[in-house]
Design a protein around this ligand. Structure first.
Ligand code: ATP
Ligand code: MG
Length: 387
C-alpha cells in the first residue's frame, strides 16, 4: 500500500471556507487519481490522507498529486497503530534508509491525541536514541539533514521523512468562474493555468479566422484547452467564435488602431458570454510592453470596453518566464505550431498609443453593437471539453 499525508497551506482559511476548501481538495485529488484503482481519499484531522491499495508505481501517484492545486506538500507515510513500539519500529525502518553517520537528523513528534501516554518530547528523545544506536547518525535539532516526522492520533500514527513539494494555490472550483480570452499563442494558456491555481473555474473563448466550425473544432486551440484542463479534469466550455464578420467590416477601414479596436470587440463579446455564464471576470495573457497592443495606453483603452474586471495574471512577467511556464504545463509546443490568429492580420505596425477618438470613430463606422449581435448569434460555436 502507498499512503500519503497531504498538507495544505491553511493560512487565512477559517470556518466554513476551510470545510469547503478541504472538501473541494479531496474531490480534486480523487479526480486526479481517477484511473488509479483502489484509492481512498479521506479528510483526516488537519490534513487529507491518500491511500492506494493497488500495485501502481509511487511515481504515478506522486506525479498526479504534484499537479493538484491546494496542496502545500505531501509526504509518503508509514501508517502504524497508535502504539509506542509500533511507531518506534516504523521510525527506525524509515531512518535506516536515509540516515548514516554522515547525516544529521532529528525526530519531530506531534500528538494529535493528547491522551497518548508518552509526551511528544519523550517520543523524540527515546526514538532518537534508538536511531543513534542503530545507525550511528548524530542528532542535530537545528537544521538537520533529515527530519523524521511522527504524528500520533487516537486511531493511528504516521511517520514520514520525505516532503514532496505540492503545486500550492487553491483547489480548483472554490474561487468562482472566470472567462479566459484564449488565443493560439504562448501567453494565454499560461494565464489560464494561473487562474486555475487560484482556484477558479474556467470558461474559454477563442476568436478564429478559420473557414468554418469543423476547422475550428479540429484546430490546435481545442488541444491546447485540453492540455490546460487535463491535470484537473475540469469540464469547461470553449467558445469558438469566427472573426469573419469583424474582419469583413474592417476591410474597408485602413488604420493602425485595428488591433485595439479588435481587442475591444473581443472584450465586449466576452462580457456578453460572461453574463450569460455568470463568470465574474475576464482573463487575458497580456503583459505590459510585450507587444504594441500591450502598452499601458492601449491596455487602458481596451479595459474601457467592459465593466467587468480584466485579470491579467502575467502582467509583470518577462517573456522568458512565460515561456518556461508554458514548457512546464506542456502547452509550449502547441503554442508555437503555425496558426493564423486574427490579431496577426492587423499586427503590421500597430499604433502603440491608439487615439481614443479614432477608436470611437471606427467603432461607430463598423457598428459594433450590430456586429456583436450577428457574431454571437450566427458565428459562435460552443464545444465542451470533458474528461
Ligand atoms: P498570446 O500568446 O496569449 O496570444 P500575445 O503575446 O500573442 O499573447 P496578443 O496577441 O496581444 O498577445 O494578445 C493578448 C491577449 O489577448 C492574449 O493573451 C489573449 O488573452 C487575448 N487574445 C488575443 N488574441 C485572441 C483571440 N484570437 N481569441 C481570444 N483571445 C485573444
Ligand atoms: Mg496572440
Amino acid at each position: 500500500m502507498h499512503a500519503y499525508i497531504v498538507h495544505f497551506g491553511e493560512l487565512g482559511l477559517k470556518g466554513r471556507n476551510r470545510v469547503f476548501f478541504i472538501r473541494q481538495l479531496a474531490e480534486n485529488i480523487r479526480a486526479a487519481l481517477h484511473d488509479v484503482p483502489e484509492t481512498e481519499v479521506t479528510p483526516f484531522h488537519s490534513h487529507i490522507l491518500v491511500k492506494v491499495f493497488a500495485d501502481v508505481p509511487a511515481e504515478t501517484i506522486e506525479a498526479r498529486l504534484g499537479k493538484v492545486f491546494g496542496i502545500a506538500y505531501f509526504a509518503p507515510a508509514v501508517i502504524t497503530p497508535a502504539d509506542f513500539e509500533a511507531i518506534s519500529a516504523a521510525a527506525l525502518q524509515l531512518a535506516e534508509g536515509v540516515v548514516t553517520p554522515a547525516t544529521t537528523f532529528k525526530v519531530d513528534t506531534t500528538r494529535g491525541d493528547k491522551q497518548f501516554p508518552v509526551y511528544s518530547q519523550d517520543v523524540d528523545r527515546e526514538i532518537g536514541a534508538r536511531i543513534v544506536a542503530r545507525t550511528g547518525a548524530p542528532v542535530k535539532l537545528k537544521n538537520p539533514d533529515v527530519t523524521i516526522t511522527i504524528q500520533i492520533y487516537e486511531d493511528a500514527a504516521y511517520c514520514f521523512v520525505q516532503r514532496l513539494q505540492g503545486a500550492g494555490g487553491l483547489p480548483v472550483g472554490m474561487s468562482g468562474r472566470v472567462l479566459v480570452l484564449f488565443s493560439g499563442g504562448i501567453d494565454s494558456p499560461v494565464a489560464a493555468h494561473m487562474m486555475l491555481k487560484r482556484g477558479c473555474t474556467l470558461d474559454l473563448l477563442h476568436f478564429h479566422l478559420l473557414p468554418g466550425v469543423a476547422q475550428a473544432r479540429a484546430s490546435k486551440i481545442v488541444d491546447m484547452a485540453r492540455a490546460v484542463l487535463a491535470p484537473h479534469r475540469l469540464t469547461a466550455p470553449l467558445y469558438l467564435i469566427s472573426a469573419a464578420p469583424f474582419e469583413t467590416a474592417m476591410a474597408a477601414v485602413n488604420t493602425r488602431t485595428a488591433t485595439v479596436v479588435f481587442r475591444r470587440f473581443i472584450m465586449r463579446a466576452a462580457e456578453r458570454l460572461a453574463h450569460r455564464r455568470k463568470a465574474l471576470a475576464l482573463v487575458t495573457g497580456e503583459s505590459i510592453g510585450q507587444v504594441a497592443s500591450q502598452t499601458l495606453p492601449n491596455i487602458n483603452l481596451i479595459s474601457q470596453a467592459t465593466t467587468l474586471p480584466i485579470l491579467r495574471p502575467l502582467i509583470g512577467f518577462d517573456k522568458a518566464e512565460i515561456v518556461a511556464a508554458a514548457h512546464e504545463i506542456g502547452t509550449y509546443d502547441l503554442s508555437i505550431q503555425p496558426y493564423k490568429d486574427p490579431c496577426s492580420v492587423h499586427a503590421r505596425n500597430p499604433a502603440t498609443w491608439a487615439n481614443p477618438e479614432e477608436v470611437q470613430r471606427i467603432e461607430a463606422e463598423i457598428d459594433v453593437p450590430a456586429l456583436l449581435d450577428v457574431t454571437l448569434r450566427d458565428y459562435t460555436d460552443e464545444v465542451w471539453i470533458r474528461f
